[in-house]
Design a protein. Structure first.
Length: 201
């Protein structure tokens, strides 16, 4: 190998990390509901992979490292959630061991479709209209849900209110214990659910 080529190779390796942002160009993103194809061009032929996650700096997954040295590449990431924004970075290097890899700046893409429902959160649980035989349990949820109250004389509960199947973010349900028998202390939990699952207070 000539002295010029050796020197050029040394400069190339040393410059990859330092000049990372100028080595990537023509970055493209083509999203579907559950996948995204990311394309890019590097200044020289490289092997590369894409790391991605739900937040900048928190890249929890990675595509497989490419096996061929090309300047222009495209990799498809699959198994994604619909309607969700992901952060990603491209890693590229001139050797298979990814030594002195160049890393692109953080970028984002958003999959198409409707995002999956989030598990409801219950807050502002209150007891009102308390009498010797009944009470009203009220609470709020951050997303529309159905509602029901589980209650009983013991922590295991055992009784339940009438089911309210109307999706709403505010809930108010009356409970009447089956057997009062002079007892005035009851345990209860508010229950709300949507397509993501069930939440209990």
């Amino acid at each position: 190998m000539s002295t010029f080529i050796k020197r050029f190779a040394i400069v190339l390796v040393l410059c990859l990390p330092a000049c990372a942002q100028t080595w990537f160009s023509n970055i493209t993103k083509n999203s579907t509901t559950t996948s995204c194809t990311i394309g890019w061009t590097t200044a020289v032929p490289t092997v590369a992979h894409v790391e991605y996650g739900l937040a900048a700096g928190s890249y929890t997954k990675s595509s497989a490292n490419s096996t061929q040295y090309w300047r222009s590449k495209a990799q498809m990431i699959s198994g994604l959630q619909p309607g969700t924004t992901y952060h990603f970075r491209i890693h590229a290097a001139t050797d298979n061991n990814m030594v002195n890899a160049a890393v692109s700046a953080d970028r984002t893409f958003t999959t198409t479709g409707t995002p999956p429902a989030a598990l409801p959160q219950i807050f502002n649980v209150r007891v009102s209209n308390l009498t010797a035989t009944d009470a009203t349990i009220s609470w709020a949820t951050d997303v529309p849900t159905d509602g029901q109250v589980m209650f009983g004389l013991f922590p295991s509960l055992g009784q339940q209110s009438q089911y309210d199947g109307n999706d709403a973010t505010t809930h108010s349900i009356g409970i009447t214990p089956d057997h009062v028998n002079g007892q005035n202390h009851y345990y209860f939990r508010a229950r709300s659910s949507n397509s993501a699952g069930v939440a209990l207070s």
